[in-house]
Design a protein around this ligand. Structure first.
Ligand code: SF4
Ligand code: SF4
Ligand code: SF4
Length: 290
């Protein structure tokens, strides 16, 4: 069973109080209710600053991936409240030498009850943290959440290539290229993103069906072996564009064909550096019969 938001919040407040008393660190990243907005939002506080513990809260509106916020100040020692999908992103950062394990105190959330309207939570296959120094809530038995692709339907898998192409062309035409999806994604962290590159130019300025498709397909192609299937991209999109079906498809293909899910361990090899000649070659975004 998942834990209630109230149980998790109470545990988190106790743990953060304990950490303040006994740990050396520079900055805390947690969730709390906004003083003006009244919404759940990231609370980022330096250790010396005053912290109102009662303000800390975890609810089904904790949309933001605090793992991504770690990247801005990776030289600091940071305490981070991490949903299980955040802990996978953190394990991925450590495995890629993006952030040092010694600079982190991870407060993981056990038995994650999920985030409102996030379809990724319905298919979540890791509701306990993969890395944590402290944990809030009770562990959830793995057989209650582990799923495989056989339960799920992606990419209009019953349809042919033309139907799928038409579907995604129509879907992506609503894209305004605001890049909120990229900015929200914990594993999109290149210093220089291809969308802003002018040498070479991968994407022409302006929005049109071709640019929209290029952006989404190039972003998707960067995701196999990286996407932790957290759903933050879709949640951030102001146009409600259904883009996660592409990355999800590749996530589940990697799991099905190569028994690979990113961010499960800090010493995990990347999907593409672990090749052997017996590996199947399913093709990119293809279905049987295409
Ligand atoms: S995908 Fe949803 S249920 Fe799974 S860990 Fe993230 S927030 Fe929790
Ligand atoms: S592509 Fe979307 S679902 Fe995958 S890690 Fe990034 S934000 Fe999460
Ligand atoms: S957030 Fe939505 S509108 Fe903005 S770039 Fe991503 S898909 Fe396009």
């Amino acid at each position: 069973m998942t834990n209630s938001y109230k149980e998790i919040t109470e545990d988190l407040q106790d743990i953060i109080e304990q950490i303040y008393k006994q740990e050396e660190f520079d900055r805390l990243l947690a969730y709390g209710r906004g003083l003006f907005s009244g919404l759940i939002e990231p609370v980022i506080v330096d250790k010396e600053a005053e912290l109102d513990l009662d303000r800390l809260e975890f609810t089904d509106e904790a949309y933001q991936m605090l793992s991504k916020y770690l990247l801005k100040n990776r030289e600091l020692k940071q305490v981070v409240v991490a949903k299980p999908c955040d802990t996978r992103a953190i394990a991925f950062y450590i495995s890629e030498n993006i952030i040092a394990r010694d600079n982190l105190i991870v407060v993981g959330i056990n038995g994650c009850p999920g985030i409102k309207d996030n379809t990724a939570c319905d298919e979540c296959d890791s509701k306990n943290p993969v890395i944590a120094d402290y944990t809030a809530g009770n562990l959830m038995p793995e057989d209650e959440f582990a799923k495989d692709k056989s339960d799920l339907k992606y990419l209009l898998s019953e349809e042919n290539q033309v139907t799928r192409k038409n579907h995604y062309t129509k879907e992506f035409m609503r894209c305004t290229q605001c890049y909120a999806c990229r900015d929200a994604c914990p594993v999109c962290y290149c210093d220089h993103c291809f969308v802003e590159s002018n040498q070479p130019v991968w994407l022409e300025a302006g929005s049109g069906p071709e640019e929209d498709m290029v952006f989404h397909l190039m972003r998707t192609m960067h995701m196999p072996g990286r996407c932790v299937n957290c759903g933050a991209c879709e949640m951030a999109c102001p146009e409600g564009i259904e883009m996660r079906s592409l990355t999800s498809h590749l996530y589940h293909q990697a799991r099905e064909y190569f028994d690979f899910r990113p961010g499960l361990a800090v010493d995990q090899k990347s999907l593409f550096s672990d090749y052997n000649e017996e590996d199947p070659e399913p093709g990119f975004l293809q279905q049987e019969g295409d």
